[in-house]
Every structure is written in C-alpha cells, then in structure tokens.
Design a protein around this ligand. Structure first.
Ligand SMILES: [Zn+2]
Ligand SMILES: [Zn+2]
Length: 303
C-alpha cells in the first residue's frame, strides 16, 4: 500500500499557537488588566513544551507497538482513501471520549490528566497545558485501532487533528456557536463546562471533536446562564511551578495508597477508583458532590 508522507501537524501549528495566544492575551489584558495572569500563561506554555519533548520519547514506544500490531494482527486493511478518513475521524473520536472520561473517572489516569485542569483561568494557553506522563499509557484506549486495520500513520494524523481542533475551544471570547453547530460539535461553551469546578459541571463534556458522545453516554451538560463557570479543580493546587504541576497528583495518589492502613486490594483501589475515593468510605467523589448540590437549594433552582 502507498503510504503518504504526512508530517507531524502539531509542529506546524506551534507558530499559530504562539500568535493566537499573544493576540488573545492582549485582548484579555486590555479588557481586565487586573485579572490576566502572566504566570499562569507561562506555566501553561511550559507544560505544552514539556509535553512535546516527552512525547518525542513516548511516541517511539507507541509507533513501535501500533506498527507491530498493524503488521501482525490487523483483521482488515483500511486504505488511504478519503472516506476512510471519515471512519477514522469517528473511530478516533470515540476512543478519545473514553480515554478522556477515564482520565476523570480513574485516579491513575487523573494523576496525568489533572494537569490540563490545574489552571483557574480559561484561555487559549490552557489548551497547551498538557500532561508530561500520559503519553506513556493513554494509548491503551486507542490500541483497538491498529487491530481494526487503521494504519498507524492514519491514527497519529487523526490524533493530531483532534488535538488541533480542541485548541480553539479554550476561549471565553466566543459565547455560543450557531445552534446546529453546538448540537454536533464540541465548542467553547461545552468545553468551558468541562473545565468547571462547579458541582453541576463536574465530569461533564468529555468530547474531543463531536459532542455527540457525551449525549449518547450520558455525560452532557450545557452551559447555563445562571451558573457561571468557576474554572479549576475542586481543590486547587495553587502553583505555577511546571514540575509541581506535572507531578503533584502522582505524589498524592502514591502517598494515599502507601500510607493507608488497609489491605493491598484497597491500596490498589486508590489507583483505580475515581478521584476522592477513600478506603474507609469517607471520601467524596464528583458524583457525590453533584448529588449533594442537586438536593441543595441552588440545585433546586436550576432548570
Ligand atoms: Zn478533562
Ligand atoms: Zn480543555
């Protein structure tokens, strides 16, 4: 099969990222000079640069593994014709949804993904605030693709397209897109909800490109006018140090597991169960916070 030469699109997008982050920064700074936080933007950029560098290494592992699976175990051969790009668009996007959802619902994956949610700001630079560790294991959610017969190059190209798509949705400068667009695609409004620490917004809208998966799998929440998004975590880490941002949650999950006076199975559960879980039952998960909020007065007033 003729394999086309497709470069890594992310590298080509870096100058575009730089120009648009600066442009949006100027607009935001002019609007509210007292609330724009340069330190936060620089921390996000540092996380983005670190992510690109670490991925040089993790990509080697994934390219090797996916190529090995594709060459030896694929059940079909999907050619590089245009309509198969449509197939991989949907196939990759549903894998992304589950990878991202698990990034919120299992503490091992959350320890890596928390980086993306560690800012209390929401602007284009937040999109670049990426994990330094996830590259080594998040691929497990995509491993079905080479088995199905998608060429690794097709997979990596589509993963980059998905990441590029998700860049522009990290902004407050766009309110709502046209209704039909909001119904099908992930948008700034849907993704603001995803970055919210409000109980109503916790663990909602895990979509990559299409918001349809959240609607299908029951995690969709529209942005409500009377529930302004509070960005960040339910308990914020309050640091701009990139190394602390990258490793903070890893340290705390290992600490929780090792220091807990409980069985080995329970210790392991600290890595598997959702963030907030405790072996003695005293922990609060996102769903508990949501339920408490719904039964409170503020929850009753939402419609
Ligand atoms: Zn997320
Ligand atoms: Zn995001």
């Amino acid at each position: 099969m003729e394999v086309p030469n497709i470069p890594n699109l992310i590298y080509y997008a870096i100058p575009f990222f730089a120009v648009t982050v600066i442009f949006e920064g100027i607009v935001l700074f002019k609007k509210h000079p007292q609330t724009y936080q340069f330190k936060d933007t620089f921390a996000s950029l540092a996380m983005g640069i670190g992510n690109v560098l670490v991925n040089l290494l993790s990509k080697l592992l994934i390219v090797f593994l996916f190529t090995f699976i594709y060459q030896n175990y694929r059940i079909s051969t999907i050619p590089f014709v245009w309509w198969y790009w449509l197939l991989i668009l949907f196939a990759d996007d549903v894998c992304y949804y589950w990878a991202h959802r698990m990034g919120h619902e299992s503490r091992f994956f959350w320890a890596s993904h928390i980086v993306h949610h560690s800012s209390q700001k929401f602007n284009l630079s937040t999109a670049l605030r990426q994990t330094w560790t996830g590259g080594f294991f998040t691929f497990v959610f995509y491993i079905i693709l080479p088995f199905l017969g998608f060429h690794p190059l097709m997979i990596f190209t589509q993963m980059s397209i998905s990441l590029l798509y998700q860049y522009w949705i990290h902004t407050e400068l766009i309110d709502k897109m046209p209704r039909w667009f909001e119904a099908i695609f992930n948008t700034p409004s849907h993704h603001r909800v995803h970055h919210g620490s409000n109980p109503l917004y916790l663990d909602r809208n895990h979509a990559g490109i299409f918001i349809i998966w959240d609607k299908l799998f029951g995690t969709f929440q529209p942005e409500l006018k009377n529930e302004k998004v509070i960005y960040g975590l339910t308990s914020n880490i309050k640091t701009f140090n990139p190394i602390k941002i990258a490793l903070n949650e890893w340290i705390s999950v290992f600490k929780d597991a090792f220091l807990a006076k409980t069985s080995l199975t329970n210790k392991l559960k600290y890595f598997i169960k959702p963030p907030g879980w405790k072996h003695d039952g005293s922990g609060k998960l996102s769903k508990d916070l949501r339920n408490e909020w719904f039964s409170s007065s503020s929850g009753n007033n939402i419609n």
